[in-house]
Design a protein around this ligand. Structure first.
Ligand code: AMP
Length: 143
């Protein structure tokens, strides 16, 4: 269990409270998914539980179970939306492991053979491209 308390000033808590916008892809009672603003590849999205936890180390296992089911659903949708050869799923715990936002989240990144990942937290993507990519994934969710 992480010894560091959850801080609700983090950017994903602000998104959950509606204080800052996001390109939403999916929402249910327990989970929200939205596009990563600095994608490592087209279609990079994030899945977060609504219940606060800093990362996986302090999360409720019941919340984790619900969240990972949504990760699977969205990974399949992203694979179809981007005709991906593979799907990279990542989750970091604490700064030493690469975590920069301290509300539990899972990265879903469509991958194509021979295409390198862009840097983590690299360049901001254009809003229109993020909106278009969100719509592509949403379009696959019912299928
Ligand atoms: P990490 O905590 O290292 O797993 O990564 C946090 C991720 O959040 C990075 O990939 C950032 O590009 C992304 N990110 C940061 N701020 C926002 C935001 N306002 N909306 C969507 N994604 C964000």
């Amino acid at each position: 269990m992480s010894g560091i308390a959850y801080d609700d000033g983090n950017i994903f808590a602000k998104i959950l409270r509606g204080e800052i916008p996001c390109h939403r892809v999916y929402e249910d009672a327990d989970t929200l998914a939205f596009m990563d603003v600095m994608p490592q590849a087209p279609g990079h999205l994030l899945v977060i539980p609504k219940q606060p936890s800093r990362n996986m180390l302090d999360a409720d296992p019941a919340v984790l179970a619900k969240t990972i089911a949504v990760v699977q659903k969205l990974a399949r949708a992203a694979q179809d939306a981007f005709d991906a050869d593979g799907i990279y799923i990542a989750q970091f715990n604490e700064p030493a492991a690469g975590q920069t936002v301290f509300h539990l989240h899972f990265h879903i990144v469509p991958r194509h053979e021979g295409e390198a990942l862009k840097p983590h937290s690299g360049k901001m993507e254009d809003n229109e491209i993020l909106a278009t990519n969100a719509e592509k994934i949403i379009g696959e969710l019912g299928n």
